[in-house]
Design a binder for this molecule. Structure first.
Ligand SMILES: [Zn+2]
Length: 522
């Protein structure tokens, strides 16, 4: 599988160039494990020898990474101008990295050779020839990244192709031609790939950046024109506008073009893997990301709800299960009764027509006060339970709460919250400190009920969003707070609304704990 077509991940090297993305060695090891579970053939780990962190990554990978599908690739440059590959310490670091493949980056743009590398076109070819053949003689498999290839091809086609030919003759298995500046469009890519294949006859790969918004399309165009090696990054990470999103590329190849490029069934892990990698990089995943975004199969049902109920395929381009995602129905004020009924069914409730009517009216009423349930499934579920069972799930009765924030010269502000409540027949008065008022309230609240419900220890607030909602009816603006809580295994979102941001946050907090306790069977 991996030999006929290479899926080559460069998240850990090129993806890590993204602004604000900083990976420790442990992060890189964790990400490599996730990407391996998707079944890709190659994972580029970084540049050993040039970057101490990457040197350590390859060292630790030998003991700590048991990859099931992928081989590691070590990235590095051809030897320095005027030197000998066998004596170049950076080439030695690649040779000794323990990686199954060395991917050498080389200049294929005459302007870069002269202005960036400051050497002659002939010496650049010699650097490619010498480095590739040295590594091959040492028993190393070699791929070559032809940097700035597309721009170089426009400027001087014969020189750009000469670089490819030189690499193949010296023993490179694959040359990935790179749209390093990301300025290409799909048709241009097709033409260049077809020409390069005809002239050189070697195996071609594609490495596309997304500056025209076409990185995925350009990768597909290259494959359709005959490339059999495709590079990209999970979640489209990369500098500027990013690299080709590897999951989109693979999903398009498999699900749209019928070309199997991953081991059987593993594409169904794509959503899980994309989100797991985002957890490690700490870059919030884009909800509208194709295939794996939480909104990728979300429908604002409204007019369409009754048809979606009959046949969801009428409104989506594929079965979301193919990439491990789910269809979601959004509960919004545009939605009618049919979508409430569907949403109820999604959450496991068969609602009678009277109940559907009641819930719909209640949602509309709350939305007119600034609530939204589209992103707050957990608050919506509590509302449904309340209507179905006649009372809102409740595990404690709050008597009062209060929070103060104090600053002193030369020290940061500290918040202190006091919560008074009744739980399990006992009264609790608990004080909690935090770096902010919501943090302090969350801490005090969980302390107050922790005796009775020890599972709240695992709950953690992982995202907090505030929006001022202008209702536009001459009334004052209100604050809407969305809080995401996790129990370490799954997460849920709750909503609170109020004129005061702390009051709105408190409501979302209480919903978050209540939902979590209900889920854990309290
Ligand atoms: Zn790149």
């Amino acid at each position: 599988m991996s030999e006929a077509f290479h899926v080559y991940d460069t998240t850990l090297r090129d993806g890590a160039q993204q602004e604000g993305l900083n990976l420790s060695v442990a992060d890189k090891l964790a990400i490599a494990r996730q990407i391996d579970s998707l079944g890709v053939g190659f994972i580029e780990g970084g540049w050993p020898g040039a970057n101490p962190k990457d040197t350590e990554f390859f060292r630790r990978a030998k003991d700590e990474l048991q990859l099931r599908h992928a081989q590691l690739a070590a990235f590095g440059a051809t030897r320095r101008a005027g030197a000998v590959a066998a004596d170049d310490p950076l080439v030695a670091a690649l040779r000794e990295s323990g990686a199954g493949v060395v991917t050498l980056v080389a200049k294929s743009h005459i302007g870069h050779v002269e202005k960036a590398l400051r050497t002659t076109p002939e010496e650049n070819l010699a650097m490619v020839r010498d480095t590739v053949s040295h590594l091959r003689a040492e028993g190393q498999r070699v791929f070559l990244d032809a940097e700035h290839f597309f721009d170089g091809y426009r400027l001087d086609r014969s020189y750009a192709l000469e670089v490819l030919r030189t690499a193949y003759e010296a023993g490179a298995d694959v040359v990935a031609i790179c749209d390093t500046n990301g300025g290409m469009l799909p048709e241009w890519v097709s033409d260049v790939v077809a020409d390069a294949l005809e002239v050189t006859g070697g195996r071609l790969g594609i490495h596309a950046h997304n500056d025209t918004g076409c990185a995925v399309a350009n990768s597909i165009a290259a494959v359709n024109a005959g490339a059999t090696h495709v590079q990209g990054c999970i979640n489209g990470y990369g500098e500027r506008t990013g690299n080709a999103d590897l999951v989109s590329v693979v999903a398009n190849l498999e699900l749209k073009l019928g070309r199997q490029v991953l081991p059987d069934g593993l594409l169904r892990d794509a959503t899980r893997v994309a989100h797991a990698v985002a957890d490690v990089t700490n870059v919030p995943p884009a909800s509208r990301q194709p295939y794996v975004g939480v909104s990728a199969f979300a429908h604002k049902a409204g007019l369409h709800a009754s048809a979606i109920k009959v046949d969801p395929d009428l409104y989506q381009h594929m079965d979301p299960a193919g990439v491990g995602n789910d269809m979601r129905l959004l509960v919004s004020d545009m939605a009618g009764r049919a979508s409430i009924e569907l949403k109820g069914r999604e959450l496991g409730f068969e609602l009678s027509p009277e109940l559907v009517k009641k819930v719909t009216a209640r949602v509309k009423e709350m939305e007119s006060h600034g609530y939204t349930f589209e992103a707050a499934d957990a608050s919506f579920e509590l509302l449904l339970v309340e209507e179905v069972e006649g009372r809102r799930p409740s595990y404690f009765d709050v008597e009062s709460w209060r929070v103060i924030t104090e600053t002193a010269p030369d020290s940061e502000a500290v918040s202190e919250a006091t919560v008074k409540l009744l739980a399990g027949g006992a009264r609790a008065v608990v004080t909690g400190e935090g770096n902010g008022p919501v943090n302090a309230l969350d801490f005090a609240l969980r302390q107050a009920i922790g005796q009775l419900y020890p599972e709240v220890v695992k709950f953690e607030l992982i995202d907090y969003k505030v929006r001022i909602v202008d209702q536009g009816h001459g009334t004052d603006a209100v604050t809407r707070v969305l809080i995401e809580t996790t129990d370490g295994e799954s997460s849920w979102v709750t909503v609170g609304v109020g004129h005061n941001v702390i009051e709105a946050s408190w409501r979302a907090l209480v919903d978050g704990l209540t939902f979590g306790l209900r889920r854990h069977g309290a």
